[in-house]
Write a protein that binds this ligand. Structure first.
Ligand SMILES: Nc1nc2c(c(=O)[nH]1)N[C@H]1C(S)=C(S)[C@@H](COP(=O)(O)OP(=O)(O)OC[C@H]3O[C@@H](n4cnc5c(N)ncnc54)[C@H](O)[C@@H]3O)O[C@H]1N2
Ligand code: MOO
Length: 422
């Protein structure tokens, strides 16, 4: 904890040590260890999983020249290329997809269907709409100039044998799975899911479904955090709500640490004497980072209990989600083996003024207005870290740099929620 500069802007009045967002992200991502455990699984089960090796193609796709159209395959002669005047070809074969035609005789055509192999002796396919059937449908006649090789998909048009078709560290999407199938692969080696233990501190927390007692609130972080982890494809071990004591916090950490790659908690990371997370981590392991110059989410904590990493998210519901997306998500994605683990910012125009420069970089909830160009970001009127409705209303976060004001029309970084939730 001696790596933190002293900054008086964090709490807005009292001097406190705070890390910049960039420093915090650097500490997190550089200490995230990629899981070394892999498994070979059926293609159908690979959606969203992280590929553990480069995938090479052992065949070319297509593996034979084939027709791109339903029509007629011909052998266009040198003197017929791009010539106007019209040509006639006698139909002497029929080649559906999946069968092999005979060698095409000179001056003849074969009826051919999309995907069927081009027979020997042929070099061009004509669309059936451009051919006139004549002489009792025994011949075709074509009037327009014909290019050599048109409507033929050559061998290797999509993939060449030996190509790397999917790189290690790619998160598998439907099209990736299809590409693997297209070269005949039925199983892929992916990184094992990482195990994340979670628990929640706060004696004020009640379970949804129970009746609220005086001073209680419902535990919403339990649901956001478990859902966020499920979205990222983690295996979750959930201890639920624990008593707000130092001993209960230590017991929960001890119970999870040997089984988990990572433990995440919400609440109890601030400065109050009822906040035990930080002291429990210091007692059982190491605290590597605490408090970031960010709003919402300042009291974010990061450490480890031996091999098990630890992330303490702030208790306020918006702070918990925002810091999960900005810090925990890249950390987890890197652990999962993803090559692209950092959040992507898109440039968007602010449709609001920001009059007061703030000491912490702020991530405000906005909704995009696509009705005009360029797209504009509207601000949710209440930006408190307790206002969970702002997250539901918003479709992204706008980054307002520290110590700056913003004028309507200024271009800022926008982080779409749908991107960060994938
Ligand atoms: N004197 C100071 N007080 C606070 C500071 C500070 O710097 N000095 N920081 C504030 C900021 S910023 C945040 S964020 C919060 C975070 O505090 P904790 O992480 O210790 O969280 P708690 O105190 O336990 O709870 C904060 C808030 O969130 C509600 N909460 C907690 N858990 C849940 C849950 N599972 N579901 C729904 N809501 C939850 C809790 O009731 C509190 O209202 O500290 C500020 N204070
Ligand atoms: O930084 Mo805290 O997350 O505002 O409420």
């Amino acid at each position: 904890m001696d790596n933190q500069e002293v900054d008086c802007g964090g709490c807005d009045t009292i001097p406190q040590p705070l890390l910049s967002i960039d420093e915090a992200l650097e500490i997190l991502t550089s200490s995230a260890k990629v899981t070394n455990s892999t498994q070979l699984i059926e293609l159908d089960n690979t959606l969203n999983r992280m590929l553990a090796i480069d995938i090479h193609a052992n065949i070319s796709v297509p593996s034979f020249d084939n027709s791109a159209m339903d029509g007629y395959v011909i052998n266009l002669k040198e003197n017929q290329i791009n010539t106007s005047g019209g040509f006639t070809f006698k139909i002497n074969d029929r080649i559906p997809a999946g069968s092999i035609g005979d060698t095409l005789a000179s001056g003849c055509a074969a009826r051919i269907f999309t995907g069927a192999p081009i027979p020997k002796g042929a070099n061009t396919v004509l669309m059936q709409e451009e051919c006139e059937l004549i002489e009792n449908k025994s011949k075709i006649e074509v009037y327009r100039p014909i290019s050599l090789g048109e409507n033929i998909r050559p061998i290797g048009n999509d993939i060449q044998s030996g190509d790397v078709i999917l790189p290690k560290g790619k998160q598998l999407q439907p099209q990736d799975i299809a590409l693997a199938a297209s070269v005949g692969i039925n199983k892929l080696k992916v990184f094992h899911k990482i195990k994340v233990g979670v628990f929640f501190t706060g004696d004020e927390l009640a379970k949804p479904g129970d009746t609220l007692q005086q001073g209680q609130i419902f535990n919403s972080n339990r649901y956001s955090l478990v859902a966020l982890l499920n979205k990222l494809g983690c295996e979750v071990i959930n201890l639920g709500n624990i008593k707000d004591t130092f001993n209960a916090t230590c017991d929960a950490l001890e119970a999870l640490k040997s089984d988990c790659d990572l433990i995440i908690t919400t609440g109890g990371v601030s400065v109050g004497e009822e906040d035990y997370i930080k002291s429990a981590i210091e007692e059982l392991g190491q605290l590597n980072l605490w408090r970031i110059k960010i709003k919402p989410g300042k009291p974010f904590a990061f450490g480890n209990l031996g091999h098990c990493a630890f992330i303490g998210l702030p208790g306020n519901p918006v702070s918990a989600i925002v810091t999960f997306l900005l810090f925990a998500r890249p950390f987890i994605k890197k652990m999962q083996g993803a090559t692209h683990y950092l959040n992507t910012a898109f440039k968007t125009q602010a449709n609001f003024d920001w009059h007061k420069p703030k000491p912490r970089r702020e991530f405000v909830r906005v909704r995009l207005d696509h009705a005009t160009f360029p797209t504009k970001a509207n601000l949710y009127p209440k930006q408190g870290s307790d206002v969970l409705s702002s997250m539901v209303w918003a479709d992204g976060l706008i980054e307002i740099p520290e110590k700056t004001t913003v004028k309507r029309g200024e271009v800022l970084n926008f982080y779409p929620l749908n991107e960060m939730l994938s």
